[in-house]
Structures are given as C-alpha cells and as structure tokens.
Design a binder for this molecule. Structure first.
Ligand code: GLN
Length: 482
C-alpha cells in the first residue's frame, strides 16, 4: 500500500514510529498534486507546506507533538488563509490575498498541521457540480468525464484521488455530503454552530457549516476534534464543550433505531442507488439495528424553501463585493455607479448573479412576506418533522444524491440541478448534523449513504459510521491505478 493510501490515523502512527518524516510525507503529496490532472487545486502552497513540515518534524523530534502534528491537508478555497490567495472560486476574488486566518485555519496552524494548498470549488459555494468555478470544473477521479459534485468538489476529488489525507469543506445545502457521496469518501457536516464560521467566506450565514472530508469516520472524528468549538469571533458558534469525538467510535450499535423517511425513497431516486442504500441498511440490521419507516412530510418543500433562504442571504452577503474595498475592480470606471455595476457584472459568474437577483427580488418590499417570511415558516415545519422523528428513532438514513456522479455538462438548466439537492437540504434548514459514508457502487461509481442525527449528535453519527466501516471496505476502495 502506498503511503498516500494511508488514513490520517495511520499517518499519525507512521510519523510517531518514524516510518517517514513529515517532510517526506509532504513532498510525496505535493508530487501527487502536481502530476494530477483533476483540476482539484486553485493554489498549491508548496513553500509554506515544506516550512510547516520542517517545523512539525522538529516538534515530533522534541516530543512536543499534538494529536495531528505533521498531518498534511488542503483547505477549500473559501477559508481565509493569511497571506495566501483566497478566491472562493470566483473571478471577483482572484486577486484577493486574505489578510487574516479563518478560525479553522488558525486552529490547524496552532496544532502544526501542514497545508498543501487550496481546493477548487463552485463559485462562492453555489452549485452542485463544481462547474460554476471561475477556474473550471474539477474531474471525478472515478471517471474523468463525470463531475465530482459540488460545491466542495476539489476537496472531495483530492481526498478520493489520495492527493491529500483530508480536506476541509463547507456545507450550506449539501456541499460536503454530496461530493463525498459522488467521490466515494466520508464527509461530515456538523450541527450548525459546532465549528466557527469566522473567516469562512459567507454564502448563506444561517445555513453554512464547515466540516471534514476524509477517507474514514475515524479520521473525521480526529479532524473534528481539531476544528470544533466555541469562538467569540462568531456569535453563532455554540457555547458547548467539544467532546473527544474518537471516544465513542467503538461503542456497540446494537439496538440502534434507524428511521427511513419514505419521502427519501420515492420518485426520482435511481433504482441502483436505492438498492445500494438498502443493502447498507441491511448491514446495520445485521449488527443489531432496528429499522423503522418514518415520514418527514415537509421535506418535499425543502427545495423551494432553501432556494429562497439561500439566495436572500447570499444577496446580502455578496453586497460587500463592490469593486471598492477588495477583489475585482473594472477598468476605467466613469463614475461610482459604473464602478459598482461593471465590477459586479464582470466579477461574478452567471449562477452567482442569478442568485443575487432572486434574493434581492424576494427581499424587496411587497415580496418579503410572500417569499422570505413564508420560507422561514416552512423551515420551522421542516425542523419540527425531525424533532418529532427523533422522539422514536436515533438516526435518519437515506440516499445523499438521487444518482451517481453525472456527466460534466449534463445539467443545462439550473433548476434541474437544484432538484438534485432534494435529500441534503433539509439537514441544513433544520441545522442538524449529517454525514455521507461510502456504501457501495452502482454503474461502477461510488454511492454514499446519508445519515442525519439529532442536534449535537456528531459522536453518534461517527460511531455508527465507524462501526459500518469496521465490517465493510467501500471506504478503502480507490479509483483505478491508485
Ligand atoms: N447545491 C447547493 C447550492 O447550490 C448547496 C451548495 C452548498 O452546500 N454550498 O446552493
């Protein structure tokens, strides 16, 4: 097994046992990144990485290492990284060098991890295919004609192709879980507020949440330990103690109550995907779990609700990109009006403009009550469905995406792409933790199983996922030639 196929947990052991140095490890990954043709990276930070690696080796030699000292990783290019380009996949921020670190970056630096670079993503995290990136689409390592999913497509493709042991992602409506599903890896979106949003370029502030993209649930637990926690710089981060997410990985899941929402298994779900998901559910039954049919009746409103709330919030968040303070500025503006207009016209891509326009429309006087306020009310109903369900079950299971990875260019109209978010949006609208784990293959492509847990039940999700990964090896399978 190549060094690049090792999990984070295995690399930690390898570094500790001096099987390789952190500099060697880092060089190995940088080499893989540079020879890859997936377009998974926007920026490769090789000099910084080697400096951090030397530093980590020193810490290890002096026995001063923490849990993840010397572990290489990549950041989705939505996290501000001090002195390093942070583009959010947009022409608007193509020239933006972040003047500070996001809290997630800060924490990983403090713990002496090694950042290899910044990964490609849909522009401002808007999209499900990575095709809205100013830097071009990312290719799915399982089949390069296919999309890796989005918006954290670069992070997911990089982990699946073993270009990095783990990467960060963000999930506003599925952007960690869906690309993890389509690339055959493990992705966790924690409860809203578990990880600080400070320095994470905002898309829809009431929905955005960061999380780890890894090979295994054990690795997700290790990374979550490193990045979770209250942050006084983010008023929506939770004042709640960080557990040791690795502590309960080995607990038995006998008697676990799994709810299968019938709305997640209806029309539109690919038969082969449904078959893989149900086979995975049977594996849980064989481990002593009890399966129950449930209903989340309002989840059918998740798409219209999300596609009001998210554009409204993004239209407000993106108003700061005005060509004045930072980012793209048009050439030779005639006057201030022209500066705003042309900077935004030239700096934003089509999908971002579409959402800004929808958001501004829905928030305007006279429409606010009919759209935004109404959407917020339906959002409550969606949360209430889950609250009710969690009175009788421990975890919701279902598909992540209605299909396996689709061809690049397959979606020609935006609405059909929005419809494919049907299974992921509800968890964000309710603020609940969700996960995608490799559950099998259909048409030669990976299929993820989605698990949604109750608030703050990250440990439970990780425990369930880890137990599944103890008796299956889907998470160990790699695209050809790796
Ligand atoms: N596909 C969804 C959207 O385009 C979700 C994206 C995300 O989670 N960032 O809004």
């Amino acid at each position: 097994m190549g060094i690049h196929n090792k999990t984070v947990a295995e690399l930690v052991q390898g570094l500790k046992n001096k099987e390789f140095s952190c500099v060697e490890l880092t060089q190995n990954y940088l080499q893989r990144i540079k020879t890859s043709n997936l377009n998974a990276f926007i920026t490769i930070t090789d000099e910084l990485a080697l400096a951090q690696a030397r530093d980590a080796d020193e810490k290890i030699a002096k026995n001063q290492s923490g849990a993840l000292t010397g572990i290489p990783y990549a950041h989705k290019d939505i996290f501000c990284t001090n002195g390093i380009k942070t583009s959010a996949g947009s022409k608007m921020l193509d020239n933006f060098i972040a003047p500070y670190d996001a809290t997630v970056s800060y924490k990983l630096n403090q713990q002496h991890l090694v950042m290899l670079g910044k990964t490609n993503m849909d522009e401002f995290a808007m999209g499900s295919s990575n095709e809205s990136s100013f830097y071009g689409a990312v290719k799915n390592p399982w089949n390069q004609n296919k999309s890796p999913g989005g918006s954290s497509g670069g992070s997911a493709a990089a982990v699946a192709a073993r270009l990095v042991p783990f990467a960060t992602g963000t999930d506003t409506g599925g952007s960690i879980r869906q690309p993890s599903s389509l690339c055959g890896i493990t992705g966790l979106k924690p409860t809203y507020g578990r990880i600080s949003r400070y320095g994470m370029i905002a898309y829809a502030s009431s929905l955005d949440q960061a999380g780890p993209i890894t090979q295994t649930a054990q690795d997700a637990a290790l990374v979550l330990n490193a990045i979770a926690g209250f942050d006084e710089k983010d008023s929506t981060s939770a004042r709640r103690e960080v557990e040791d997410y690795t502590a309960t990985l080995n607990d038995s899941i006998k008697g676990l109550k799994i709810g299968l929402p019938r709305e997640f298994f209806s029309e539109g779900l690919d038969d082969d995907v449904a078959r893989v998901v149900m086979t995975a559910v049977k594996v849980f039954e064989s481990m002593g779990a009890i399966v129950q049919d449930i209903s989340l009746p309002n989840s059918k409103f998740a798409i219209p609700t999300y596609y009001i709330v998210a554009p409204c919030e993004c239209s407000s968040n993106l108003s700061r990109m005005d060509g004045v303070r930072f980012g793209y500025r048009c050439e030779n503006p005639k006057d201030l009006e022209d500066l705003y207009l042309r900077s935004r016209t030239e700096g934003f891509g089509a999908e971002v403009k579409r959402r800004i326009m929808i958001g501004n429309y829905a928030l305007s006087a006279g429409y606010y009550d009919a759209y935004y306020l109404k959407a917020q009310k339906v959002r409550h109903l969606i949360s209430d469905d889950f609250k009710k369900a969690f009175k009788t079950i421990d975890v919701v299971m279902g598909p992540v995406s209605p299909t396996t990875a689709f061809d690049l260019g397959a979606f020609t109209d935006p609405v059909s792409m929005y419809l494919a978010d049907i299974y992921t949006l509800s968890a964000n609208l309710a603020g609940l933790p969700g996960m995608s784990i490799p559950a099998g293959f259909a048409q030669g492509l990976p299929v993820g199983l989605q698990m949604i847990g109750n608030y703050w039940h990250e440990s439970k999700l990780l425990n369930i996922a880890h137990q599944f990964q103890q008796i299956t090896d889907y998470h160990r399978q790699t695209p050809d030639g790796l």
